[in-house]
Design a protein around this ligand. Structure first.
Ligand SMILES: Nc1ncnc2c1ncn2[C@@H]1O[C@H](COP(=O)(O)OP(=O)(O)OP(=O)(O)O)[C@@H](O)[C@H]1O
Ligand SMILES: [Mg+2]
Length: 248
């Protein structure tokens, strides 16, 4: 399988402190990876580097085997969509927040409107389409950010605690739907979370960050053990694991 996104010998310092030190990190095409780790471990910083928004001090970033250098940074960024911890919405309506980025990426007007409507409906924010972003609640903003990212149909989706502000029913239904979407589109995805119960709905692959490094990576059960088992009911496709038929 081709490496969709990779970093090699990456180091990043901020205010004289080493924030990231990652020897090698590869995300295969279609892979979905949950990134966990304590506050300050460097998870958001890693996502910003992968989103090409933060330039490391040293290291190589490759997208589809092609090295990202200054010249092609912008073109590469268009293959990515991000949902950040604090949603960075434009000071305009919900609808425009989804539609404008599509237009900027060259999507035709009719198609942009169609996708905007589709994703507002899927995220349950159609009734907010005319509302200005700054008037939204935290959860409504998060839904708008997620709708905006998914409407882009990116090759790579990077999400930093995307569900943290969502109420339980929304979180549960969105996780199930997002799981379906990611598995059908085979969108390469990294998402950061502090809530382990969210992970099985989207993936079994987990990376643990600590002190700027990726210290573990592997199957959720190997890494989280019983925690993962106790939240199995979140994941529709994990049901076949219950009776031992599932892929281990
Ligand atoms: N602009 C900055 N200048 C100096 N240090 C920074 C800067 N931005 C982040 N850091 C530091 O880098 C480290 C990693 O931060 P980061 O936001 O990536 O952590 P995180 O794993 O996402 O944590 P959280 O779970 O709290 O979101 C922290 O110690 C943070 O204080
Ligand atoms: Mg963070």
């Amino acid at each position: 399988m081709t490496a969709e996104l990779s970093i090699t010998q990456l180091k990043l310092r901020r205010s004289g402190r080493e924030i990231l030190d990652i020897d090698r990190f590869v995300l295969d095409s279609g892979e979905i990876l949950a990134v966990i780790g304590p506050n300050g471990a460097g998870k958001s910083t890693l996502l910003q580097v992968l989103a090409l928004l933060l330039v490391p001090d040293t290291g190589i970033i490759e997208l589809n085997g092609e090295m990202i250098v200054n010249g092609n940074r912008l073109a590469a960024r268009r293959k990515l969509a991000v949902v950040f911890q604090e949603s960075l919405l434009l000071d305009t309506t919900v609808q425009k927040n989804i539609e404008i980025p599509l237009r900027i990426r060259g999507v035709g007007r009719t198609e942009a409107i169609r996708r905007t409507r589709e994703w507002m409906a899927r995220l349950g924010i159609t009734h907010l389409s005319g509302r200005r972003a700054r008037s939204l609640s935290g959860g409504e903003s998060q839904r708008t950010s997620i709708a905006r990212a998914l409407a882009m149909q990116p090759e790579i989706l990077l999400m930093d605690e995307p569900f943290s502000a969502l109420d339980y029913p929304t979180r549960k239904s969105l996780l199930a739907e997002l799981g379906d979407i990611l598995h059908t589109t085979r969108m390469t995805t990294i998402f950061v979370t502090h809530d382990f119960s969210e992970i099985p709905a989207l993936t079994r692959q987990v990376a643990v960050m600590f002190d700027g490094r990726i210290i573990k990576r592997g199957n959720i059960q190997d890494i989280l053990g019983e925690t993962a088992v106790s939240v199995r009911s979140w994941a529709p496709w994990d049901e076949d694991m219950e009776d031992g038929r599932g892929a281990g």
